[in-house]
Design a protein around this ligand. Structure first.
Ligand SMILES: Nc1ncnc2c1ncn2[C@@H]1O[C@H](COP(=O)(O)OP(=O)(O)O)[C@@H](O)[C@H]1O
Ligand SMILES: [Mg+2]
Length: 241
């Protein structure tokens, strides 16, 4: 479903992703593990079309369509979703407005209000988010864990076909991690593709990946099954290098 072909990405003129190829099939959960600074977030921003991350070579294919040149909103409508490692605050825009507007942007006719309310209520229960959050501004004054839950609320609301989750586990205590994992597992069905980016093995006990890719210095240096995570935990990234 998602195919990354020999991708090179520059940030501020410096090459960070250096010829990376990777495929995530329909229904597959793939994990990318790698040390800090290996280019995982750069890769995810480039896949989503952030203008500051310049693709100099290679292609990104989604569902058979070349999306390399598309605008981020077009990629979103095509079925791609990115959960940020560092979610941004949007003061002045309520969670309620944000989610409805984002959802309506990808529908032919706006979602009727009662239907929207029902949908959101169910998801907020799954993620244990207080309904009062609907009236608050997006991420404004949220704790780290609340921001990550808000990302997953967006995931469940927009219901994309392919989700890239960039360190959704970072900074979460064990209870929050379980809630977030439950949300992600709710999203996963046999039709969805997930690319889970992490540098710890911890979240992979709750969301079992089909494949693990190890990224070091802008490249995939090793790929394998879920047992690779335990091996990494024991031997560290030096071993993969
Ligand atoms: N917006 C940016 N401006 C300048 N340098 C950046 C930017 N984004 C990433 N980099 C650099 O790219 C490298 C990889 O960073 P990143 O993709 O965040 O790695 P990871 O997510 O694997 O920790 C780092 O050296 C980082 O400083
Ligand atoms: Mg990162």
């Amino acid at each position: 479903m998602l195919q990354i072909e020999k991708l090179h990405v520059n940030v501020e003129g410096k090459e960070i992703v250096k010829g990376l190829s990777l495929g995530v099939k329909e229904g597959e959960t793939a994990a990318i593990m790698g040390p800090n600074g290996s280019g995982k977030s750069t890769l995810s921003q480039a896949i989503m079309g952030h203008p500051g991350y310049e693709i100099t070579k290679g292609r990104v294919i989604l569902d058979g369509k070349d999306i390399t040149e598309m605008e981020p909103n077009e990629r979103s409508i095509a079925g791609l979703f990115l959960s940020f490692q560092y979610p941004l605050d949007i003061p002045g825009v309520s969670v309620n407005n944000f989610l409805r507007t984002a959802l309506n942007a990808r529908r032919k006719s706006p979602i009727p209000l009662p239907e929207f309310k029902k949908l959101i209520k169910k998801q907020m229960e799954t993620l244990k988010i207080d309904p009062l959050f609907l009236q608050r501004y997006v991420n404004d004054g949220f704790s780290g864990g609340e921001k990550k839950r808000m990302e997953i609320l967006q995931l469940l609301t927009l219901d994309p076909t392919t989700a890239i989750l960039d360190e959704t586990d970072s900074g979460l205590d064990i209870d929050a991690l379980k809630i977030v994992a439950k949300g992600i597992n709710t999203f996963k069905t046999e039709k969805k593709s997930v690319l889970l980016i992490t540098h710890y093995q911890r979240i992979l006990s709750y969301i079992i990946p089909d494949t693990i890719h190890v990224m070091v210095d802008g490249r995939i240096v090793k790929s394998g099954g879920k047992e690779l995570a335990e091996h990494l935990e024991e031997h560290g990234y030096e071993w993969a290098r």
